[in-house]
Write a protein of this length. Structure first.
Length: 304
């Protein structure tokens, strides 16, 4: 039993040491950094973008840990120095991380990212960079042919047709306060004819098969491209912004300014439309995140 306990403790110690970004030396004499990624595709692509650029332009390496279930887990790991970099989203600042008197709810993207930078930066001693350029947030999507026929590009322009339309959404949106369906009706002044809560996969199957007219999409969902949907402009800024940013521990970028320069070069690099296409390549066309990231960086002239 003592041998088993000792082996367990030793294994845990080795794992903890391996998780620290500055505890290992790269093959070229630099440092092996650690990147933590959530389970969805856009942060996995961003992890590869950072890895490819760092390893191309410096002697350092980047090790990626994927499928972390939630952003708060990544923040905690950054705080424990288990990760050095990650991709986080500005709207996370409204998810009960801070007292009500510390944070002001706003759907303004700039105000939201400024609060995330200030509050999370101080809490976790990390730099929250300006937006990469894309947002992964709630939106409303309709069939592309219907949008074209009726010249609909904004959520407001959906009003004359709404009472005859069936919307599919995840069940939480129907029940959620603030940015849920009740708030949406108040903001836009109309209701849909029928609202059906369901799993996301069934939602997209439904609009593909003409069983639904409208879906609540995330703005980088690859099904928007796959099923020729039109993502409507949130012209009344109802949904909270979730602009993607790279984050890094201050200790890392202070010690390795060449890495900070690389992260700076990624600010504004990828639009929402471009990220949707990259995710489509991975999720629908079944290409690797590494291959997609390299091809994209080559197209942008950032790699040979």
């Amino acid at each position: 039993m003592k041998k088993l306990l000792f082996a367990t403790v030793l294994a845990a110690l080795v794992l903890a040491l391996a998780a620290c970004g500055d505890s290992k030396e790269s093959a070229d004499g630099g440092v092996v950094f650690e990147y933590g990624s959530q389970s969805y595709t856009d942060p996995k692509i961003m992890a590869q973008v950072v890895k490819v650029l760092v390893e191309d332009q410096t002697d350092h390496e980047v090790n990626i840990t994927e499928d972390i279930q939630a952003s708060p887990q990544i923040m905690a790991a950054l705080d424990r120095e288990e990760f050095d970099f990650a991709t986080l989203y500005s709207g996370e600042v409204y998810n009960n991380h801070f007292d009500e008197d510390e944070v002001e709810y706003s759907t303004d993207p700039q105000r939201t990212i400024e609060q995330a930078q200030e509050l999370f930066g101080a809490k976790y001693d990390m730099k929250w960079y300006d937006s990469i350029g894309f947002s992964n947030q709630y939106g409303i999507a309709i069939q592309g042919d219907f949008a074209a026929e009726n010249n609909i590009t904004t959520m407001s322009e959906l009003e004359p047709f709404a009472d005859e339309l069936t919307v599919g959404t995840d069940s939480s949106w129907v029940e959620r306060a603030n940015d849920g369906y009740e708030g949406y009706q108040e903001a836009y002044g109309y209701s849909f004819g029928d609202v059906r809560g369901m799993e996301v996969s069934l939602m997209y199957e439904g609009i593909k098969n003409d069983e639904l007219d409208v879906v609540t999409a995330y703005t980088v969902d690859p099904q928007i491209l796959e099923y020729n949907l039109t993502l409507l402009e949130d012209d009344k800024a109802f949904f909270p912004p979730y602009d993607a940013s790279l984050v890094a521990r201050n200790a890392v970028i202070d010690e390795y300014p060449e890495v900070s320069d690389i992260l700076d070069s990624i600010v504004g690099l990828i639009s929402t439309e471009e990220m949707t296409q990259l995710i489509h390549e991975v999720d629908i066309n079944k290409r690797s995140t590494e291959e997609v990231a390299i091809e994209f960086l080559q197209e942008k002239g950032m790699l040979e």
